[in-house]
Design a protein around this ligand. Structure first.
Ligand code: GLN
Length: 543
């Protein structure tokens, strides 16, 4: 692929890496996240990973929790070769039981299940706690979630921590660096858990804490250059969102104008957004950007779709691909004629690590592994038909790391902290039929809401906020005249993972101010409501 093998190496080859093997716990990804918060690089792979198929050597291995019982016939088991590798191993919950199972098969169903808080006591031997508990208090609050327990200590192991219900809440091998803990250090309910993970990764495995976005930038730029070569060209769609902007800026830093960004204006973006994105990407960030105004095509096509959100999304997704493909062909033609550059061979995709985790996480012995597809992915005819290869520079990163990377790349704060915005845009925030007039109303109301949120200094505390236009009319009185006009619904939520969300608690003065402005400034609206629905049962978007 590239002349210099070192340069194209992925992070697990250039940074000391802790491998987390996933047994299907709902917390596994948190192990990886916490380690990265400690600036230790970590990757997750399914528990079925064969060591012989791994092209790199981890500094240490963590076995996650999982919903199975190790003694069940179809329970997943780790490749026994990991115990011969000589690198430190830490088992968490199921992981602990798996270590015990491997060393003598003595794990049984407990009579008492333990869910929730527990008080843990680190055991002192000759006055010292085990390395895993170094620097921690002897009494720790921990989080437990298990029903099984060790029947007895496996041979050559000793107890390093106990709790009332779990006399073997922590164990360690006498001579090898193998540890098991019954509790979950990765969850916030174990307040000192991060220190314990640091003790393992840094103290015991000796991993360097050098995973920083500054380092990642340099290495990733070098990797992209080597991958794409001297002449290769890359095409990518941008939306004005954080991920696509960060990915585009990284490509620009690596290969300059040989990266072609395309922004498709679908007529359903926020007020002034298209102009703003163009201004920021072109003038501030120097990205080679083409804006395609396809708003007429989109708005014409949306006419008549009245009561079917899925049809709206489908139409917009399909149209996007048509428009994008048309533009790609034009760029391709120009690129061919340019003496300096070669063919467009690559397509940039802003895949993030949670998508990768989702596609590889261990869902059980019979579960088929879902193949990953990203939003805005290209159709087969472009990828395979025209032989485009994927380049995914954010593939190893969590969202907060992408934001940090954005800061490293000098992307303006407002853009780095931007709330997510759906691909179909305002079309799914105009309930019912999407017309030019309805989009204009929703846009204006949204603009006022977000402007007031920013003025009040609340933007960064909210995960996502928007105004939606309801397809109903209500009676109002304006200037002594009876009116019959539409209703705007405001929504603002707080969430860390977008899987569940709470509503944001504005004060009444704020809501009243927004409501007054919208009724005064947006023609066609005489009423404003605030959406009080958490997720679940509501979704974050309205359609
Ligand atoms: N299923 C196992 C138990 O109940 C492991 C649970 C876990 O890993 N959280 O003990």
């Amino acid at each position: 692929m590239a002349a210099n093998g070192d340069i194209v190496d992925e992070p697990h080859k250039t940074f000391d890496t802790i491998l987390t093997l996933d047994f299907g716990s709902q917390y596994t990804h948190l192990i990886t996240r916490r380690l990265r918060e400690l600036n230790v690089y970590s990757e997750m792979l399914p528990c079925t990973q064969k060591l012989a198929d791994l092209s790199w050597t981890p500094k240490g291995i963590i076995l996650s929790g999982g919903p199975y019982s190790v003694y069940e016939a179809d329970a997943p088991h780790v490749d026994p070769a990991i115990f011969q590798l000589g690198v430190p191993i830490l088992g968490i919950c199921y992981g602990l039981q798996e270590i015990a199972w491997h060393h003598g098969k003595n794990v049984v169903a407990g009579t008492e299940r333990e869910y929730g808080h527990a008080d843990l006591q680190a055991k002192r031997v000759d006055g010292h706690v085990d390395k895993l508990f170094k620097g921690l208090e002897d009494d720790l609050k921990v989080w437990m979630s298990h029903g099984d327990k060790l029947g007895a200590l496996p041979p050559n192991f000793h107890v390093i921590a106990t709790s009332k219900n779990s006399p073997q809440a922590g164990i360690a091998h006498e001579t090898k660096p193998i540890y098991g803990i019954q509790f979950h250090p990765e969850v916030t309910h174990t307040p000192r858990g991060i220190k314990l993970l640091e003790n393992f990764a840094v103290g015991i495995c000796g991993a360097k804490q050098n995973w920083t976005m500054a380092k990642f930038v340099d290495k990733e730029i070098a990797r992209i250059r080597a991958l794409v070569g001297e002449k290769g060209q890359v095409l990518g769609a941008v939306s004005g969102g954080v991920d696509s902007t960060v990915a585009a800026k990284l490509m620009h830093e690596a290969i300059g104008d040989r990266f072609h960004a395309v922004l498709v204006d679908n007529g359903c973006m926020r007020l002034y957004e298209c102009e703003q994105v163009k201004e920021t990407l072109t003038n501030h960030l120097g990205i080679n950007l083409t804006v395609v105004d396809a708003s007429e095509q989109f708005l014409d096509g949306l006419k008549g779709i009245t009561d079917n959100p899925e049809a709206k999304r489908k139409f917009i997704g399909g149209k996007f691909i048509d428009v994008f493909e048309g533009e790609a062909l034009k760029i391709e033609k120009e690129a061919e004629n340019s003496p300096k550059a070669g063919r467009i061979e690559w397509f940039l995709q802003g895949t993030l690590y949670p998508d990768v985790i989702e596609s590889i996480s261990f869902k059980g012995p019979s579960a088929t592994i879902k193949t990953h597809h990203n939003v805005g992915g290209l159709p087969e005819r472009m990828m395979n038909g025209q032989g485009l290869k994927l380049i995914e520079p954010l593939r190893e990163l969590f969202k907060d790391e992408v934001r940090e990377l954005g800061r490293q790349l000098a992307i303006p704060h407002d853009l780095v902290m931007r709330h997510p915005f759906p691909g179909p845009g305002i079309a799914i925030r105009v309930l019912g039929e999407v017309t030019r007039e309805q989009v204009a109303i929703a846009r204006k109301a949204d603009y006022i809401f977000i402007e007031e949120i920013r003025k009040a200094g609340l933007y960064d505390q909210i995960s996502q906020a928007f105004a939606a236009l309801l397809p109903v009319k209500a009676v109002g009185v304006m200037g002594d005249k009876r009116v019959h006009q539409q209703v705007i619904s405001l929504r603002a939520v707080q969430t860390t993972d977008f899987m569940t969300a709470n509503i944001f608690r504005f004060d009444w003065d704020f809501l009243e101010r927004v409501s007054t402005r919208i009724c005064n400034e947006v023609d066609g609206v005489c009423r404003v409501v605030y959406d009080l629905t958490t997720k679940p049962p509501g979704t974050i978007e309205m359609e």
